[in-house]
Ligand binder design. Structure first.
Ligand code: PSU
Ligand code: MN
Length: 324
Protein backbone atom coordinates (compact mmCIF):
# COMPACT_ATOMS: atom_id res chain seq x y z
CA UNK A 1 0.00 0.00 0.00
CA UNK A 2 2.88 2.44 -0.53
CA UNK A 3 1.65 4.18 -3.73
CA UNK A 4 2.47 7.87 -3.76
CA UNK A 5 2.93 7.91 0.01
CA UNK A 6 6.01 5.78 0.68
CA UNK A 7 6.24 7.20 4.21
CA UNK A 8 3.12 5.42 5.44
CA UNK A 9 1.58 1.97 5.01
CA UNK A 10 -1.38 0.10 6.41
CA UNK A 11 -4.40 -2.09 5.76
CA UNK A 12 -6.83 -1.59 2.87
CA UNK A 13 -9.25 1.26 3.42
CA UNK A 14 -12.80 2.06 2.43
CA UNK A 15 -14.69 -0.46 0.29
CA UNK A 16 -11.83 -2.94 0.25
CA UNK A 17 -11.41 -2.94 4.02
CA UNK A 18 -12.33 -6.05 5.94
CA UNK A 19 -14.67 -4.40 8.42
CA UNK A 20 -14.19 -2.35 11.56
CA UNK A 21 -10.68 -1.46 12.73
CA UNK A 22 -9.48 -0.50 16.20
CA UNK A 23 -6.35 1.64 16.29
CA UNK A 24 -3.89 1.10 19.17
CA UNK A 25 -0.99 3.30 20.26
CA UNK A 26 2.54 2.04 20.90
CA UNK A 27 4.07 4.39 23.48
CA UNK A 28 2.40 2.30 26.13
CA UNK A 29 4.35 -0.68 24.74
CA UNK A 30 7.77 0.94 24.34
CA UNK A 31 7.71 3.40 27.24
CA UNK A 32 4.71 2.61 29.42
CA UNK A 33 5.26 -0.97 30.53
CA UNK A 34 8.32 -3.09 31.38
CA UNK A 35 9.67 -5.93 29.23
CA UNK A 36 8.41 -8.62 28.74
CA UNK A 37 4.93 -7.75 30.00
CA UNK A 38 4.71 -5.00 27.38
CA UNK A 39 4.89 -7.52 24.54
CA UNK A 40 2.36 -9.84 26.21
CA UNK A 41 0.04 -6.90 26.67
CA UNK A 42 0.38 -5.73 23.05
CA UNK A 43 -0.63 -9.21 21.88
CA UNK A 44 -3.44 -9.42 24.44
CA UNK A 45 -4.89 -6.08 23.30
CA UNK A 46 -4.85 -7.19 19.67
CA UNK A 47 -6.46 -10.48 20.70
CA UNK A 48 -9.23 -8.66 22.58
CA UNK A 49 -10.02 -6.53 19.50
CA UNK A 50 -10.17 -9.65 17.32
CA UNK A 51 -12.38 -11.47 19.81
CA UNK A 52 -14.83 -8.57 19.61
CA UNK A 53 -15.03 -9.03 15.82
CA UNK A 54 -12.86 -6.08 14.75
CA UNK A 55 -9.31 -5.86 13.40
CA UNK A 56 -6.48 -4.30 15.44
CA UNK A 57 -4.01 -1.82 13.93
CA UNK A 58 -1.21 -0.89 16.29
CA UNK A 59 0.51 2.28 15.06
CA UNK A 60 4.24 2.98 15.19
CA UNK A 61 7.19 4.24 13.15
CA UNK A 62 9.79 1.72 11.97
CA UNK A 63 12.87 2.58 9.89
CA UNK A 64 11.51 5.85 8.62
CA UNK A 65 8.03 4.65 7.75
CA UNK A 66 4.80 5.19 9.65
CA UNK A 67 2.94 1.92 10.00
CA UNK A 68 -0.77 1.51 10.61
CA UNK A 69 -0.78 -2.10 11.81
CA UNK A 70 2.26 -3.98 13.11
CA UNK A 71 3.00 -7.71 13.07
CA UNK A 72 4.49 -9.75 15.91
CA UNK A 73 8.08 -9.07 14.85
CA UNK A 74 7.44 -5.31 14.67
CA UNK A 75 5.77 -5.33 18.07
CA UNK A 76 8.74 -7.12 19.56
CA UNK A 77 11.09 -4.51 18.12
CA UNK A 78 9.14 -1.81 19.90
CA UNK A 79 8.83 -3.78 23.12
CA UNK A 80 12.33 -5.19 23.60
CA UNK A 81 14.83 -2.97 25.42
CA UNK A 82 17.89 -2.05 23.39
CA UNK A 83 20.49 -2.42 26.13
CA UNK A 84 21.71 -5.48 27.95
CA UNK A 85 19.51 -4.76 30.90
CA UNK A 86 16.04 -6.07 30.11
CA UNK A 87 14.63 -4.00 32.96
CA UNK A 88 16.12 -0.68 31.87
CA UNK A 89 14.12 1.99 33.62
CA UNK A 90 12.16 5.02 32.67
CA UNK A 91 14.81 7.37 31.41
CA UNK A 92 16.58 4.72 29.37
CA UNK A 93 13.36 3.69 27.75
CA UNK A 94 12.83 7.22 26.44
CA UNK A 95 15.35 7.03 23.65
CA UNK A 96 17.13 10.09 24.98
CA UNK A 97 20.35 8.13 25.23
CA UNK A 98 20.60 6.65 21.78
CA UNK A 99 17.93 4.06 22.34
CA UNK A 100 16.48 2.97 19.05
CA UNK A 101 12.85 3.36 19.94
CA UNK A 102 11.89 6.91 20.72
CA UNK A 103 8.66 8.32 22.09
CA UNK A 104 7.01 10.40 19.36
CA UNK A 105 4.12 12.75 19.74
CA UNK A 106 2.74 14.46 16.66
CA UNK A 107 5.36 17.16 16.43
CA UNK A 108 8.19 14.60 16.44
CA UNK A 109 6.96 12.65 13.43
CA UNK A 110 8.60 14.65 10.62
CA UNK A 111 12.03 14.59 12.23
CA UNK A 112 11.88 10.87 13.05
CA UNK A 113 10.73 9.92 9.55
CA UNK A 114 13.24 12.21 7.84
CA UNK A 115 16.04 10.55 9.80
CA UNK A 116 14.82 7.07 8.90
CA UNK A 117 14.30 6.40 12.59
CA UNK A 118 11.92 4.33 14.66
CA UNK A 119 9.50 5.49 17.33
CA UNK A 120 6.56 4.46 19.39
CA UNK A 121 3.63 6.82 18.97
CA UNK A 122 1.65 8.55 21.73
CA UNK A 123 -2.09 9.10 21.53
CA UNK A 124 -1.59 12.37 19.62
CA UNK A 125 0.75 10.89 17.00
CA UNK A 126 -1.35 7.73 16.70
CA UNK A 127 -4.61 9.59 16.13
CA UNK A 128 -3.05 11.92 13.60
CA UNK A 129 -1.32 9.14 11.63
CA UNK A 130 -4.42 6.92 11.54
CA UNK A 131 -6.54 9.79 10.23
CA UNK A 132 -3.87 10.92 7.77
CA UNK A 133 -3.71 7.37 6.45
CA UNK A 134 -7.42 7.36 5.80
CA UNK A 135 -8.95 5.74 8.88
CA UNK A 136 -10.97 8.87 9.45
CA UNK A 137 -12.83 8.94 11.71
CA UNK A 138 -11.21 6.13 13.67
CA UNK A 139 -11.90 4.11 16.82
CA UNK A 140 -8.95 3.86 19.18
CA UNK A 141 -8.22 2.23 22.54
CA UNK A 142 -5.57 3.02 25.14
CA UNK A 143 -4.97 3.11 28.90
CA UNK A 144 -4.57 6.68 30.10
CA UNK A 145 -4.53 9.91 28.10
CA UNK A 146 -2.03 12.68 28.56
CA UNK A 147 -3.29 15.92 30.10
CA UNK A 148 -2.38 18.73 32.45
CA UNK A 149 0.56 17.92 34.74
CA UNK A 150 0.64 18.94 38.38
CA UNK A 151 2.35 22.31 38.59
CA UNK A 152 1.56 23.06 34.93
CA UNK A 153 0.83 26.67 35.93
CA UNK A 154 4.59 27.04 36.20
CA UNK A 155 6.01 24.29 33.99
CA UNK A 156 3.46 24.64 31.13
CA UNK A 157 3.53 20.82 30.86
CA UNK A 158 0.24 20.06 29.13
CA UNK A 159 0.11 17.01 26.84
CA UNK A 160 -0.45 17.63 23.17
CA UNK A 161 -2.89 14.69 23.37
CA UNK A 162 -5.55 17.21 24.43
CA UNK A 163 -5.11 19.41 21.36
CA UNK A 164 -5.09 16.43 19.05
CA UNK A 165 -8.29 15.07 20.63
CA UNK A 166 -9.85 18.47 19.94
CA UNK A 167 -8.95 18.09 16.26
CA UNK A 168 -9.81 14.40 15.77
CA UNK A 169 -13.35 15.00 14.54
CA UNK A 170 -15.65 12.01 14.98
CA UNK A 171 -13.02 9.69 16.42
CA UNK A 172 -13.75 7.58 19.48
CA UNK A 173 -11.06 7.02 22.10
CA UNK A 174 -11.75 4.38 24.76
CA UNK A 175 -9.54 4.72 27.85
CA UNK A 176 -9.57 4.62 31.66
CA UNK A 177 -9.22 8.34 32.14
CA UNK A 178 -5.91 10.14 32.30
CA UNK A 179 -2.50 9.19 33.56
CA UNK A 180 -2.80 9.14 37.36
CA UNK A 181 0.25 11.35 37.73
CA UNK A 182 -1.64 14.35 36.31
CA UNK A 183 -3.67 17.16 37.84
CA UNK A 184 -6.99 15.49 37.06
CA UNK A 185 -9.43 18.33 37.87
CA UNK A 186 -7.33 20.73 35.75
CA UNK A 187 -7.25 18.16 32.93
CA UNK A 188 -11.06 17.91 32.96
CA UNK A 189 -11.26 21.69 32.72
CA UNK A 190 -8.84 21.68 29.80
CA UNK A 191 -11.02 19.05 28.08
CA UNK A 192 -14.05 21.27 28.52
CA UNK A 193 -12.23 24.33 27.17
CA UNK A 194 -11.40 22.36 24.02
CA UNK A 195 -14.94 21.03 23.73
CA UNK A 196 -13.92 17.36 23.89
CA UNK A 197 -16.88 15.12 24.72
CA UNK A 198 -16.39 12.75 27.66
CA UNK A 199 -18.74 9.93 28.61
CA UNK A 200 -18.57 7.33 31.40
CA UNK A 201 -18.94 3.65 30.55
CA UNK A 202 -21.06 2.18 33.36
CA UNK A 203 -19.78 4.87 35.73
CA UNK A 204 -20.89 8.29 37.02
CA UNK A 205 -17.37 9.26 38.05
CA UNK A 206 -14.20 9.82 36.11
CA UNK A 207 -11.98 6.75 36.49
CA UNK A 208 -8.43 7.46 37.63
CA UNK A 209 -6.50 4.96 35.53
CA UNK A 210 -5.53 2.03 37.82
CA UNK A 211 -7.95 3.38 40.45
CA UNK A 212 -11.65 2.94 39.70
CA UNK A 213 -12.67 6.52 40.52
CA UNK A 214 -11.14 9.97 40.84
CA UNK A 215 -14.20 11.12 42.80
CA UNK A 216 -14.91 13.67 40.06
CA UNK A 217 -18.42 13.49 38.59
CA UNK A 218 -19.14 12.89 34.89
CA UNK A 219 -22.22 14.30 33.22
CA UNK A 220 -22.92 11.53 30.74
CA UNK A 221 -23.05 7.78 31.07
CA UNK A 222 -23.79 4.77 28.85
CA UNK A 223 -24.43 1.14 29.74
CA UNK A 224 -23.65 -0.74 26.52
CA UNK A 225 -21.49 -0.65 23.38
CA UNK A 226 -24.65 0.10 21.38
CA UNK A 227 -25.45 3.16 23.49
CA UNK A 228 -21.87 4.37 23.14
CA UNK A 229 -22.05 3.84 19.37
CA UNK A 230 -25.23 5.92 19.23
CA UNK A 231 -23.42 8.91 20.79
CA UNK A 232 -20.52 8.59 18.37
CA UNK A 233 -22.93 8.23 15.46
CA UNK A 234 -24.78 11.39 16.50
CA UNK A 235 -21.50 13.24 17.03
CA UNK A 236 -20.43 12.32 13.49
CA UNK A 237 -23.80 13.04 11.96
CA UNK A 238 -23.88 16.53 13.51
CA UNK A 239 -20.22 17.12 12.59
CA UNK A 240 -19.37 18.22 16.11
CA UNK A 241 -15.61 18.90 16.15
CA UNK A 242 -13.23 16.76 18.15
CA UNK A 243 -13.19 13.22 19.47
CA UNK A 244 -15.52 11.46 21.87
CA UNK A 245 -13.64 10.08 24.88
CA UNK A 246 -15.29 7.10 26.53
CA UNK A 247 -13.89 6.32 29.97
CA UNK A 248 -14.15 2.83 31.44
CA UNK A 249 -12.98 2.00 34.99
CA UNK A 250 -10.30 -0.64 35.51
CA UNK A 251 -11.91 -4.07 36.13
CA UNK A 252 -12.87 -4.22 39.80
CA UNK A 253 -10.76 -7.24 40.72
CA UNK A 254 -7.57 -5.44 39.59
CA UNK A 255 -8.34 -1.93 40.83
CA UNK A 256 -5.96 -0.20 43.26
CA UNK A 257 -7.18 1.58 46.35
CA UNK A 258 -7.23 5.38 45.94
CA UNK A 259 -5.38 6.25 49.17
CA UNK A 260 -2.63 3.72 48.48
CA UNK A 261 -2.14 5.17 45.02
CA UNK A 262 -1.99 8.77 46.28
CA UNK A 263 0.69 7.90 48.80
CA UNK A 264 2.91 6.04 46.34
CA UNK A 265 2.45 8.80 43.79
CA UNK A 266 3.38 11.59 46.20
CA UNK A 267 6.65 9.81 47.01
CA UNK A 268 7.40 9.14 43.34
CA UNK A 269 6.75 12.77 42.39
CA UNK A 270 9.08 13.99 45.14
CA UNK A 271 11.77 11.64 43.85
CA UNK A 272 11.33 12.87 40.28
CA UNK A 273 11.75 16.46 41.46
CA UNK A 274 14.90 15.56 43.38
CA UNK A 275 16.33 13.74 40.36
CA UNK A 276 15.48 16.68 38.07
CA UNK A 277 13.34 14.58 35.73
CA UNK A 278 11.00 16.63 33.54
CA UNK A 279 9.17 16.68 30.19
CA UNK A 280 8.62 13.49 28.22
CA UNK A 281 10.79 11.48 30.60
CA UNK A 282 8.53 12.03 33.58
CA UNK A 283 5.82 9.48 32.71
CA UNK A 284 8.06 6.45 32.22
CA UNK A 285 9.98 7.35 35.38
CA UNK A 286 6.87 7.68 37.54
CA UNK A 287 5.22 4.55 36.13
CA UNK A 288 8.31 2.53 37.03
CA UNK A 289 8.35 3.92 40.57
CA UNK A 290 4.62 3.34 41.02
CA UNK A 291 4.95 -0.26 39.91
CA UNK A 292 7.72 -0.82 42.48
CA UNK A 293 5.76 1.04 45.17
CA UNK A 294 2.63 -1.05 44.72
CA UNK A 295 4.54 -4.35 44.47
CA UNK A 296 3.48 -4.92 40.88
CA UNK A 297 -0.23 -4.34 41.52
CA UNK A 298 -0.24 -1.26 39.30
CA UNK A 299 1.31 -3.25 36.47
CA UNK A 300 -1.44 -5.86 36.71
CA UNK A 301 -4.12 -3.19 36.85
CA UNK A 302 -2.58 -1.37 33.90
CA UNK A 303 -2.59 -4.49 31.74
CA UNK A 304 -6.08 -5.44 32.80
CA UNK A 305 -7.57 -2.05 31.88
CA UNK A 306 -5.74 -1.93 28.55
CA UNK A 307 -7.18 -5.28 27.49
CA UNK A 308 -10.69 -4.44 28.63
CA UNK A 309 -10.56 -1.08 26.81
CA UNK A 310 -9.40 -2.82 23.62
CA UNK A 311 -12.31 -5.25 23.86
CA UNK A 312 -14.85 -2.48 24.43
CA UNK A 313 -13.45 -0.42 21.54
CA UNK A 314 -13.79 -3.51 19.34
CA UNK A 315 -17.41 -3.99 20.38
CA UNK A 316 -18.25 -0.35 19.67
CA UNK A 317 -16.42 -0.41 16.32
CA UNK A 318 -18.57 -3.41 15.36
CA UNK A 319 -21.76 -1.67 16.53
CA UNK A 320 -20.81 1.47 14.55
CA UNK A 321 -20.18 -0.44 11.34
CA UNK A 322 -23.43 -2.40 11.75
CA UNK A 323 -25.37 0.86 12.12
CA UNK A 324 -23.85 2.65 9.14
N1 PSU B 1 -0.50 6.36 30.02
C1 PSU B 1 0.28 5.40 30.55
N2 PSU B 1 1.45 5.12 29.96
C2 PSU B 1 1.87 5.79 28.87
C3 PSU B 1 1.04 6.80 28.30
C4 PSU B 1 -0.13 7.04 28.93
O1 PSU B 1 -0.07 4.81 31.55
O2 PSU B 1 2.96 5.52 28.37
C5 PSU B 1 1.48 7.54 27.09
C6 PSU B 1 0.38 7.66 26.03
O3 PSU B 1 0.93 7.28 24.79
C7 PSU B 1 0.05 9.13 26.01
C8 PSU B 1 1.40 9.71 26.36
O4 PSU B 1 -0.42 9.58 24.75
O5 PSU B 1 1.85 8.88 27.41
C9 PSU B 1 1.34 11.17 26.75
O6 PSU B 1 2.65 11.61 26.97
P1 PSU B 1 2.95 13.15 27.26
O7 PSU B 1 2.38 13.44 28.62
O8 PSU B 1 4.43 13.24 27.21
O9 PSU B 1 2.26 13.93 26.18
MN1 MN C 1 4.40 16.62 28.61
Amino acid sequence: MSGDRPWISGPPRGEASGGPIVVLESTVIAQGLPWPENLEMAAAMEGAVLAAGARPATVGVLDGRARIGLDGVDLERLARPAGDDPRAEGKDREGLDGRRIRKANRRDLSAVLAAGGSAATTVSATLWLARRYGLDPCVMATGGLGGVHRGAGISFDVSTDLDELARADGCLVVCSGFKSILDIPATLEAMETRGIAIVGYRTDELPAFTTASSGLPLEHRVESPEQAARIVWMHRRMCVPGAVVLVQPVPEEDAIDREEMEQVLTEALAEATRAGITGKAITPFLLGRISQGTAGKSLRANMSLLVSNARLAGEIAVALSAGS
